[in-house]
Ligand binder design. Structure first.
Ligand code: CO
Length: 435
């Protein structure tokens, strides 16, 4: 049986995190409630032994704990994940001349399965930047939290090929409808300012200068199956892993130096000032261990556990998976392997991870793509390459990855969390010696 409290906490995390900016905010608030201190990148840091800290950069979060007598030579045990999910981003200007309905143009953000965005209850969330009454420039998180938009399908009577692999044109077919009563962009800006006023109980922004707004599925996560065997939710890739990493670091006893690195922009290649290809992780580590010799020793003894969801074998499309590496929901964390290092896992790091799992009674599974299909990738290879540390790519088994609703086993999040907690809390980190 799944731990329903644990799953409901995951559901709350997903609902509070419609965008990476909200995810970073939610994770930061949860961590600060358990004694983590927020550090600002533009101020000096004064770190103390036994301290718990976090840093935020544009939808990315790094949190870390340092041992009572901080010994950087022990290295860091690091969990990684990404805060973003594939979705539709609203274009800067609404569509012109579309009466009688008010509509937006959208851009694809990441590799979403576009057909799954049709006929859903969509809402809008993101970040709005503008001027206050006293001329200050401020930025606010905004989330409408209610069904606001729809992208209607074309009726089958008007499209007899609807069930025969019809292509979807993101420019023309995916323009969400917001309203029949909003007339123009000025009306819409007033609605946005009003929403900010409702959320912040004041009127911080008088005129809007910039916005990063995204459509999201606002139907809540749910248990699924006659015995609640599954979870159906938006953004399981990769808020599930963020939730697991956050829970593990909140619960850890801080014997070791522990860290999580949750980065934005994985779904669009990680190349941004806050993504896994940025200097966010290396700059943070340089400030924690400022001596370059000590830092080199610290990194050489660090390990990166990269968490991102893994493809479960699809019951209707079994031929799409390698038949010798079946992945089943609720059967434990999946180690992801790829000879071209699209995943950073290898035999030695897999051995370490399997040892950790066996010590807490959790089974593992091994994923490898069919050799005649191209393999996806994630933050593991990017972060281990840029920091020069060893690591492994692991994740919870998932169906329908990048659909607006993804499915995982209801026990999979807690199984992954058992191992993540043990990764942080094990007295010493296992060291592999040569035969
Ligand atoms: Co992912």
């Amino acid at each position: 049986m799944a731990d329903t409290n644990f799953c409901h906490s995951l559901f709350s995390c997903i609902q509070a995190s419609p965008t990476p900016f909200h995810a970073a905010d939610f994770l930061s608030r949860q961590l600060q409630e358990t004694g983590f201190v927020l550090l600002e990148e533009n101020r000096p840091w004064h770190l103390e032994g036994g301290g718990r800290y976090l840093v935020i950069r544009s939808g990315s979060v790094i949190a870390f704990t340092i041992g009572e007598t901080f010994d950087s030579d022990q290295g860091f045990r690091i969990i990684g994940a990404h805060t973003d999910s594939p979705c539709l981003q609203i274009k800067p200007h609404p569509m012109d001349g579309r009466q009688p309905y008010f509509q937006f143009g959208v851009e694809k953000y990441g590799g979403a399965i576009l057909s799954t965005w049709l006929d859903r209850e969509l809402s809008l969330a993101g970040r709005v930047t503008g001027l206050t009454a006293n001329g200050e420039i401020v930025t606010c998180l905004v989330d409408f939290q209610k069904p606001l938009l729809t992208i209607p399908s074309l009726a089958i009577h008007l499209d007899r090929e609807a069930n025969d692999g019809r292509a979807i044109n993101a420019q023309t077919d995916l323009c969400p409808v917001l309203s029949q009563t909003i007339a123009d962009a000025d009306d819409w800006n007033m609605e946005l300012v009003e929403q900010i006023r409702k959320q912040y109980h004041e009127h911080p922004i008088r005129s809007i200068l910039g916005r990063d707004l995204f459509c999201y599925d606002c139907s809540p996560p749910r248990f699924l199956g006659i015995h609640d065997d599954f979870i159906s939710a938006p953004r399981l890739d990769n808020l599930l892993s963020c939730f697991v990493g956050m829970t593990a670091i909140r619960r850890c006893r801080s014997i070791a130096n522990c860290m999580f690195i949750f980065t934005n922009h994985e779904e669009i290649g990680s190349m941004s000032s806050a993504g896994a290809l940025s200097n966010f992780a290396s700059a943070t580590l340089s400030r924690i261990v400022d001596d370059s010799e000590r830092r080199a020793i610290c990194l050489s003894r660090s390990f990166f556990l990269s968490l991102d969801n893994a493809h479960a074998t699809h019951p209707n499309f079994q031929a799409k998976s390698d038949s010798d590496h079946e992945i089943i929901l609720n059967k434990g964390p999946v180690i992801k392997h790829n000879s071209s290092r699209r995943y950073c896992s290898h035999g030695q790091s897999s051995a370490l991870f399997r040892l950790l799992c066996s010590e807490v009674g959790v089974e593992t599974q091994d994923f490898v793509m069919r050799s005649d299909l191209a393999c996806g990738s994630t933050i593991g290879p990017l972060t281990t390459a840029s920091l020069g540390i060893d690591g492994i790519d692991v994740g919870a088994a998932t169906w329908a990855m990048h659909s607006i609703r993804e499915v995982t086993g209801s026990r999979d999040p807690e199984l992954l969390c058992h191992v993540a907690e043990h990764f942080f809390d094990r007295e010493t980190f296992p060291v592999i010696s040569k035969c």
